[in-house]
Design a protein around this ligand. Structure first.
Ligand code: GLA
Length: 693
């Protein structure tokens, strides 16, 4: 809901529990008024009637109050917008008009032919404010050095604690909290993709007072899958602002010729007074309602052979795995890397998206038909944005990659990055992938991205920097086009595990590959971090072999591995041909159990009951009176009894029946005294289902 003040210069957006207010100052400064609990328009107007900014010689009182600080004038904060023409730098805007349409508010400003529109949208039924900016140039050509999507202003408090999700390959999305101090904290990626190093999300709670279920939490998440930056600044007067958008630095984002328009990605913000758990549930609900395609449909249990076979694949072997997967109850069988071109190792073949006939003599269709005959869907792996120098594509078009003339072409994993900003490259990929998806009944595509940009040059192009932004737009366009042409195909975003997870890619893919780390214990921490912002509905998790072959040799039971992976979209990724009949039968019972709890896990509300750092961790999902608790014990010490886990989100006056034991528990008891999990020893795990009576 958007409300407009009587003076036409005060605006208030409200969701179910929160409001966001702003006003225009006398000099057309756009000033922040309120972000927090829901207030009335009269409250916003009272705030707007307060004193306006004053200027001193050494401080700008505009700083920390503006909705979108442009460069120039009495401002010393990091500008959200920085533009230049050959003879001028910075912006001095005039307010033009506002438009309010449905749940969106648009404020239009202009400066010498450059139109700057700030968009605000509070999606129906959510407290998430989506913000973005449109630049439309009706004046002379100009260079956009920086164009953030939004600047967020927090209320004045004594101090703030910052939560972030940091990582690296095989160790993504690990939660870290630290006290914010004066100056700037910057996270981002200068790698061309979202990166394993940080999820584009931050959360802040005042004075470090929020807990999992209580307290005010502010969060922001960026919908962009390329290079990005979020700067959290504590200003000299202790005010905190967060500014973020596409591009890592201010050295040049794009050029806007006369008549051209640029729309920034969305930077979404959320206020919650339900603690970190409440904030996560609000993010999850927003993504299920407005971001993830067809989120109301549950994702199937998949099998992927990567860890079992790596590049050494053949049709016979895939058929054998498919038979075992079908026996285990798998619903989607995915052939990973190695089915195309000369791809028998990571040294060759990327770029040649035609089937390797030595390995699949009749193409993919016979295998796909076979898999469908076993009652499963069929999926394949691709990595379209890349090329191996040893490929037909590279031999034909060595100029299609990103490179700097006269410089080395850096190979990482023996591959180069295609310049997707080029229209001929876009067209080639569209033709190849469209033909591939038309060549066999394919239901699912795992879309990978296995190296960062390094030599992002574009010889002959007047403004080569634009490839950073154009690459992402081309990727989005290609995915949108493929989805439209092949509406029954589901897509997974992968980038060496979790290197491309953000609201931008999630709007175009059905799930994401959380991490190449499939160790069930490490995964608990990775999934705990992931769940801060993204829902289980999008979080792919596989059960692989024990000992863990990829990383650490850890030995764990099938029970522990399954219960760990059941916290998201369950998959199996072990070498099923080496699993005993007993193991396969056990796997089948876990998969059957998962199918029963799946609607609650994938579509329910998540409560993180205990964090994974302690010996005992647990999560709980609730949906329409159905409750699922997943609990894991890392190691029991000194023979001490494992404490019961206190449940959340239940009706204290209701009774709940345990579907495993038939026992009846009182809601108040589960909430205040907890539920016994029966866990003991090392690496034990349990699934407990309760139903409201
Ligand atoms: C990446 C992915 C893996 C696998 C390999 C294939 O590393 O994260 O799951 O698909 O590529 O080369």
């Amino acid at each position: 809901m958007v409300e407009i003040g009587a003076d036409g210069r005060t605006w208030l957006l409200s969701g179910p529990t929160s409001s966001y207010g702003l006003r225009l100052g006398d000099e057309d400064e756009l000033l922040h008024l309120h972000w927090g609990p829901r207030i009335a328009l009269a409250d916003a107007e009272a705030l707007a009637a307060g004193p306006g900014p004053e200027y001193w010689a050494f401080e700008a009182t505009l700083d920390g109050h503006e909705e979108y600080p442009v460069e120039g004038g009495p401002r010393f904060v990091r500008p959200a917008l920085s533009v230049r023409t050959p003879d001028r730098r910075g912006t001095e805007w005039r307010f033009e008009a506002y438009e309010s349409e449905g749940d969106e508010l648009r404020l239009r400003f202009s400066d010498s032919g450059l139109g700057i529109t700030l968009h605000y949208r509070m999606r129906e039924g959510t407290d998430v404010v989506e913000r973005w900016v449109t630049l439309s140039n009706e004046g002379p050509a100009l260079e956009v050095l920086r164009a953030d999507s939004a600047t967020w202003t927090l209320p004045l408090r004594d101090g703030w604690r910052l939560s972030q999700l940091h990582g690296r390959w095989a160790a993504e999305s690990r939660l870290v909290r630290s006290e914010l101090t004066y100056g700037e904290k910057i996270i981002g990626s200068r790698r061309g993709h979202t990166g394993h190093q940080h999820l584009p999300w931050v959360a802040l709670d005042a004075d470090g007072t929020a807990t999992e279920e209580l307290g005010e939490v502010y969060g922001c998440a960026l919908a962009w899958s390329g290079t990005w930056r979020i700067a959290v600044a504590q200003l000299p007067d202790a005010r905190v602002q967060i500014t973020g958008g596409a591009g890592y630095d201010d050295s040049g984002l794009l050029r806007l010729e006369p008549g051209e328009t640029f729309v920034t990605p969305v930077f979404a913000g959320l206020w919650s007074d339900g603690g970190f758990g409440g904030a996560s549930r609000a993010w999850h609900a927003y993504q299920r309602a407005y971001v993830i395609p067809d989120a109301e449909q549950d994702r199937p249990v998949l099998y992927n052979s990567w860890e079992a076979t790596e590049f050494d694949i053949s049709e016979e072997q895939q058929r054998a795995l498919a038979r075992r997967a079908a026996e285990a109850g798998v619903e989607l069988f995915v052939v990973d890397d190695g089915w195309f071109g000369a791809r028998t190792s990571d040294r060759a073949g990327l770029g040649d998206w035609t089937v390797n006939r030595d390995r699949f003599p009749g193409g993919l269709k016979p295998l796909s038909d076979y898999v469908h005959g076993l009652g499963m869907q069929f999926g394949i792996w691709v990595e379209p944005e890349m090329v191996n120098p040893d490929s037909e594509l590279y031999r034909a078009h060595p100029d299609w990659v990103q490179f700097q003339p006269g410089r080395k072409r850096t190979e990482l994993r023996n591959q180069l990055v295609l310049n997707l900003a080029r229209e001929d490259v876009q067209e080639y990929l569209w033709e190849q992938l469209d033909a591939l998806l038309s060549s066999a009944p394919i239901d699912y595509v795992k879309w990978d991205f296995n190296r960062c940009f390094t030599d992002a040059g574009w010889p002959g192009e007047a403004y080569p920097q634009r490839l950073w932004v154009d690459h992402v737009h081309a990727l989005y366009k290609l995915l949108d086009r493929l989805r439209a042409a092949h509406p029954t195909v589901a897509f997974e975003s992968c980038s060496g595990g979790g290197g491309r997870i953000d609201l931008g890619i999630m709007a175009r893919t059905d799930q994401v590959w959380t991490s190449d780390n499939t160790d069930p214990l490490d995964r608990l921490a990775i999934q705990y971090g992931f769940s801060q912002v993204h829902p289980a509905r999008a979080m792919a998790a596989w059960v692989t072999d024990s000992p863990n072959t990829q990383l650490n040799g850890r030995v764990s039971s099938l029970r522990f591995r399954f219960v760990s992976a059941m916290a998201g979209v369950l998959g199996v990724g072990g070498d099923l041909t080496r699993w005993t009949e007993g193991e396969l039968a056990e796997a089948r019972t876990w998969v059957e159990l998962y199918k029963k709890i799946r609607p609650v896990v994938q579509g329910g509300e998540l409560h993180r009951l205990r964090a994974p750092e302690g010996g005992l961790s647990a999560v709980q999902y609730v949906r329409d009176g159905e409750v699922v608790v997943l609990a894991w014990l890392q190691a029991q010490h000194y023979g001490e009894p494992v404490p019961p886990v206190r449940l959340r989100g239940l009706d204290p006056s209701a009774s709940y029946e345990c579907l495993e034991t038939g026992e009846v528990h009182r809601g108040a008891v589960l909430l205040h005294h907890g539920l016994r999990t029966g866990l003991r020893g090392d690496l034990d795990a349990a699934v407990i289902r309760l139903r409201r009576m």
